[in-house]
Design a protein around this ligand. Structure first.
Ligand code: COA
Length: 169
């Protein structure tokens, strides 16, 4: 899936070092609420084809000619309700170029035009303003705040809900 000068492509076994590196970043660990060993990174990478075939989730490596810059995924797909929940991270060295917003714009377009979804949504902690900017720039306005809706390492966080509908102009 092209996104300007970015390419969203399926994960490959050779991407394991990039995934391991990502989860050494304190911000990715904090906001995705996990660490990742080599075995867990292998399991994470190899789960995507199974999840795609089951039509429950879909994940892409966000790349440019230099390699993997980040990830974006529909971490939960509900085809009955026509909805998908997005997750993303960008490697620290690739930040500052709106990589996530560009990838999210491409994924949202694909979700409506190819996957037939009606609503694409995401949540981020109210303590994570960078993710709020990503969602707004990609055309997913804030709908409200879910109080105490996600447990992080330091406790319960209020979560901003953002979404875009296929019918939004
Ligand atoms: C959120 C994340 C994906 C954004 O990466 P990116 O695409 O490189 O984003 P950029 O650095 O280009 O910044 C995007 C916007 O956020 C703003 N921003 C970046 N860091 C910020 C911070 N610490 N506080 C406030 N705003 C910030 C930028 O100024 C920019 O704003 P703009 O759209 O008005 O120009 C990246 O920071 C990341 O991976 N963070 C850790 C994991 C994470 O938070 N994932 C999302 C969980 S919901």
């Amino acid at each position: 899936m092209p996104a300007g000068d970015l390419l969203l492509r399926p994960w490959q076994p050779s991407d394991l070092p990039a995934v391991r590196t990502a989860y050494t970043d304190p911000d990715i660990r904090r906001w995705h609420c996990r660490t990742m060993t080599d075995d867990e990174a292998h399991a994470w990478l190899t789960a995507w084809p199974r999840r795609w075939q089951a039509e429950t989730a879909a994940g892409w490596a966000v790349t440019d000619p230099t390699g993997v810059l980040g990830q974006i995924s529909l971490r939960e797909i509900d085809l009955t309700e026509g909805q998908g929940e997005v997750s993303y991270w960008v490697l620290p060295a690739a930040r500052g170029r709106h990589v996530a917003a560009r990838a999210l714009t491409a994924l949202t377009t694909w979700s409506f035009q190819q996957a037939g979804l009606h609503r694409v949504w995401l949540r981020h902690s109210t303590a994570n303003p960078a993710s709020c900017r990503v969602a707004r720039r990609a055309g997913l306005p804030a709908e409200g705040t879910n109080r105490g809706a996600a447990r992080h390492a330091d406790g319960w966080h209020d979560m901003h809900l953002h979404a875009r509908l296929r019918t939004d102009s």
